[in-house]
Design a protein around this ligand. Structure first.
Ligand SMILES: NC(=O)c1ccc[n+]([C@@H]2O[C@H](COP(=O)([O-])OP(=O)(O)OC[C@H]3O[C@@H](n4cnc5c(N)ncnc54)[C@H](OP(=O)(O)O)[C@@H]3O)[C@@H](O)[C@H]2O)c1
Length: 354
């Protein structure tokens, strides 16, 4: 079956996902970070993790008022007292660095699960204080920086997992014209028409970058690494993601959510599955959909996509090395310079359902 079609989308949306009881794991002794956990899918995923007895559950959020409310809510509903709020704002590389520094000092030495869920779907072209288009920085660059800075702590856990929340919108990008330029990320940062269509495309591309980064990180992890990284599509879900939308697009998405949308809780189970289920052999670098290993877009799997993936990886790492001097040491010390052929072979195999 083609990886994406309208009929597949509808059938995916109607699929009954595994219950939390089926996904449950014992998280005692484990530290979990959920980024963007004050609302939406992140909040519901955090609530599920809270019900699994984590040693520490850190809600990494930018809005203190709703983050503290989320902590209280989770304590009451899941009976978990080990949940805490740590500030992070992905529109600031310095904030991501400060979060990582704090985790080095106060994180307890190891990190077991990192769920990179925070994201925006902005309908206006805005630059962050770092001078980067906000979608590109929030959804890809700052999330990548956080994953890289936390790699030393993740590598100290017996079986660590990084889950990056992507989207089936990545299928909509069948070619990346920005790859015709010498610097893809620089080109993606530019404002073109500033139209709504342009911003929707920027969102889809950011979600494609999530898939590329996941695969590239997986390929650069050395053989024998205890870290597994995957990306996940939660499906169309009720949440605040369209909060900045208006006009026809807003009403269209709201209508689609009304007839086909998953509840926020149901969507959050895909994140929990991605963070807990399966084994490294079946999950490493993979794109998950409907609580199963899915198939990435044809573009991602093409030889052109593969080249773009490696260029995006290189440019992302170079840019992040300028933002935080620890990145170079981490990449050189914990990752391989060349991607793993074994994994590349594994990517080209038939995808197996869990
Ligand atoms: N809902 C869907 O249908 C759907 C479908 C596919 C993929 N996704 C993906 O799912 C993820 C979660 O989205 P959602 O649907 O749950 O949307 P949401 O309800 O809007 O939640 C987004 C979360 O990201 C946080 N966030 C945004 N910008 C941030 C920043 N600069 N720094 C730190 N946190 C920031 C938000 O915090 P604030 O509240 O403080 O802004 C919020 O906690 C996103 O990556 C999205 O792309 C969603």
């Amino acid at each position: 079956m083609a990886p994406f079609s309208l009929s597949k989308f509808i059938s995916d949306q109607m699929t009954v996902l595994p219950s939390v009881d089926e996904l449950k794991a014992d998280l005692s002794g484990k530290t979990v970070i959920v980024v963007g956990a004050n609302t939406g899918l992140g909040l519901e995923a955090a609530r599920h993790f809270a019900s699994m007895n984590p040693e520490r559950l850190i809600l990494a959020c930018r809005t203190p008022m709703t983050a503290y409310a989320a902590v209280d809510d989770i304590k009451k509903t899941a009976g978990c007292q080990t949940v805490e709020f740590w500030p992070i704002d992905l529109t600031s590389f310095a904030s991501v660095s400060a979060f990582a520094t704090r985790f080095e000092k106060e994180g307890g030495g190891k990190l077991d699960i990192l769920v990179e869920n925070a994201g925006i779907a902005s309908h206006n072209y805005n630059r962050t204080r770092d001078g980067v288009e906000a979608t590109l920085q929030t959804n890809h660059l700052a999330s990548a920086l956080l994953a890289l800075l936390l790699l030393p702590s993740l590598s100290k856990a017996t079986n660590a997992r990084i889950t990056i929340v992507s989207c089936d919108a990545h299928y909509a990008i069948s070619r990346l014209p920005e790859a015709d330029s010498p610097k893809i990320i620089e080109k993606l940062n530019e404002k073109n028409t500033g139209s709504r269509g342009e911003m929707s495309t920027k969102y889809r591309i950011s979600k494609l970058l999530n898939v590329f980064f996941t695969r590239a990180l997986a390929e650069h992890l050395p053989a024998g690494s205890s870290i597994t990284v995957d990306s996940v599509n939660p499906g169309l879900c009720h949440s605040e993601l369209t909060r900045s939308s208006s006009g026809f697009f807003y009403y269209f998405v709201e209508f689609m959510k009304l007839i086909l949308g998953r509840s926020t809780e149901a969507g959050s189970r895909t994140l929990v599955h991605a963070a807990l289920a399966g084994h490294q052999e079946s999950m490493q670098g993979r794109y998950l959909n409907n609580c199963r290993v899915g198939e990435e877009s044809d573009f991602v799997l093409s030889s052109e996509g593969r080249t773009v993936q490696e260029r995006v990886w290189k440019e992302t790492v170079e840019l992040l090395e300028e933002k935080d001097e620890r990145v170079r040491g981490i990449v050189e010390g914990l990752l391989s310079a060349v991607f793993s052929d074994t994994l590349a072979l594994c990517f080209s195999c038939d995808f197996d359902f869990l």
